[in-house]
Design a protein around this ligand. Structure first.
Ligand SMILES: C[S@@+](CC[C@H](N)C(=O)[O-])C[C@H]1O[C@@H](n2cnc3c(N)ncnc32)[C@H](O)[C@@H]1O
Length: 335
């Protein structure tokens, strides 16, 4: 009897864990959503497999583009920089060192550094430096071991909201991380309190579907059309993007106290990094244009997108730049 109870309770646990019944009810309710789910699980497996491959050239190319984005909004000389969600490779700390940064904190919830690939990438990046640059970087990098020196770089495995720095920071940079954070409000106010006056957050947010769907059949925005009740299960299983819109980010960062919050977007950062436009000036988010573009590709899906708000159509990626004003001298202080 006890055995049977044990079996039943473990079944109940499983059901509540994966919310199977909800998903089945959902599938029965909406067959087209079932097709999406089928492709979702198919593509999700494929992208998990693809993650294991390492392409040095591609990684260096990605890192170069990423760093050139930060440089559009920041000058790193003598600055203290933190990267939120530093990930597997430490190329941003390296490029910041080359640009004269004073200190770099690579922060990530988990230790997800991939060695030896990380060392291979650092070695390649260091080989491209001139002798003068190498000399300047010696204060932070051991060129024999291809490792950072502790006085320049520290790697911290913490949630940003639990991190307490020795000194306030000048920049918080971040790439493809905010879309995986669900309490942006909390993280925005953590960033605000970590930054010194005059500091800024520069975050690249990837609003594409993260390989959820087969791109031949679905657009990268398809995941926006999935109902919330179903999407939350898909997210729970595989850590998919949060689907927050740029205007939501703007509000959360303004509410956190930032003096200016700008959203910049571009159609596809990896293929056309120079196509910057401020969110407010974006032509591509014009609703009829998007509808036409979608209709040209897939009539059925264009129809569905009509129910979505304009702001959901932010082009693939966007950059959030939230600045904290420099201290201004008050009348009393001047006297
Ligand atoms: C998709 S990865 C991106 C990594 C890297 N920036 C890149 O472009 O390859 C997102 C990273 O953010 C980290 N992360 C998510 N939320 C975080 C938080 N609240 N505090 C610190 N790290 C976080 C995750 O552990 C993960 O390594």
């Amino acid at each position: 009897m006890r055995k049977r109870n044990g079996w039943l309770s473990s079944l109940k646990k499983k059901i509540s864990q994966y919310k199977v019944l909800t998903i089945i009810a959902y599938i029965v309710h909406n067959y087209s959503e079932y097709i999406k789910l089928h492709y979702f699980f198919h593509s999700a497996n494929n992208s998990a497999r693809a993650k294991n491959t390492f392409d040095k050239k591609k990684e260096l190319e990605k890192a170069n583009i990423e760093f050139s984005l930060y440089q559009r909004f920041a000058s790193f000389k003598n600055k203290r920089v933190l990267e939120l969600g530093v990930g597997a490779y430490f190329l941003n700390p390296f490029y910041c060192l080359v640009k004269g940064a004073r200190e770099f904190i690579g922060l990530d919830l988990w230790n997800c550094v991939r060695e030896p690939e990380n060392t291979i990438l650092l070695q390649s990046a260091s080989e491209n430096l001139s002798l003068k640059e190498k000399e300047q970087c010696k204060r932070g990098f051991d060129f024999k071991k291809n490792k950072f020196l502790p006085q320049y770089f520290s790697y911290v495995n913490k949630d940003i909201s639990d991190y307490v720095p020795k000194e306030k920071l000048d920049y918080i940079i971040s790439y493809a991380t905010f879309e995986h954070i669900y309490d942006i409000k909390k993280v925005a106010s953590s960033c605000y309190s970590l930054l010194d006056k005059g500091g800024a957050v520069i975050a690249v947010v990837d609003n594409e579907d993260h390989g959820m769907f087969d791109k031949k059949r679905f657009s990268v925005y398809e995941y926006y059309t999935i109902k919330e009740s179903c999407y939350k299960h898909m997210v729970a299983l595989s850590g998919r993007p949060n689907r927050f819109t740029p205007l939501q980010y703007k509000k959360w960062f303004s509410d956190a106290g930032f003096d200016s919050v700008d959203i910049f977007a571009y159609k596809d950062v990896l293929h056309n990094p120079l196509s910057f436009k401020k969110y407010e000036d974006l032509q591509i988010v014009d609703f009829p244009t998007i509808e036409r573009l979608l209709r040209e590709k897939k009539k059925k899906f264009a129809k569905k997108y009509r129910v979505m708000s304009d702001e959901a159509f932010i082009a693939s990626y966007f950059i959030l730049v939230a600045r904290k004003e420099k201290a201004t001298l008050t009348h009393e202080a001047i006297i």
